[in-house]
Design a protein around this ligand. Sequence first.
Ligand code: GUN
Length: 283
Amino acid sequence: MQIINGKEVSANVKAGVKAQCEELKKQGITPGLAVIIVGEDPASQVYVRNKERACEECGFYSKKYTLPENTTQEELNNLIIKLNNDKSINGILCQLPLPKHLDDKEVISLINPIKDVDAFHSENVGKIMIGEYNFLPCTPAGIIELIKSTGVEISGKKAVIIGRSNIVGKPMAMLLLHENATVEITHSKTEKLAKEASSADILVVAIGKAKFVKSDMVKEGAVVIDVGMNRDENGKLCGDVDFEDVKDKCSFITPVPGGVGPMTISMLMKNTLTAAKIQNNIK
Ligand code: GUN
């Protein structure tokens, strides 16, 4: 078994983004990302801090908006509208999940699709479906890069995804399909989940349950991608895959932390760079 080093692959992507950012700056253009966080969710605070740090590394301008838990829908909507009209901002990211009284669909639909660096807006989701897109969703796009970094061919392989969220599971299926995998989406209601999962040459797990995937759910020699970010019984960070149980059965596996997480962020940087180019009519 080999561990897929997400930090290393991510650093390579960021280095490429940084080099392109330097070229843009020579033309007087600095890519700008606005990150909005509402409330006190501790995991979201960590993700947002990492996104800001990555902006700094790449040479971007970044602006963080920290809004209180009791922010109203109207206040949040007004901020999005303001950022849509702000020329120094090329990308707008509203960290999810939002507090329960706020409607994430309403917020996402208000973001100008050309500044939607998460690729969550229905217009961008639709474009991905037909294969004509400006932005790819960060986590699934990062996972494709991680799989490619192993040298394992995706085309023709059986890929099974556990989880059907709009952020990971559903767009992941589409990107793997674009790579010519044979794709199956499974979820909490799937019958004989272990049987389905263990048919996968490529297994992507995004179900949000600590150490859910055991070795009986993994095919010998499979590539295992763990999107989970949980705490185990000792409060230690862990994924959705029981790493110790699975590691000797698969060919490649992503660790948690240091696997998918860093890739999500470098793909966000890539999308922000693309947004800056598009908004300044640069190919
Ligand atoms: N929450 C968990 N993942 C993501 C992501 O990729 N983007 C945003 N905006 N929120 C998230």
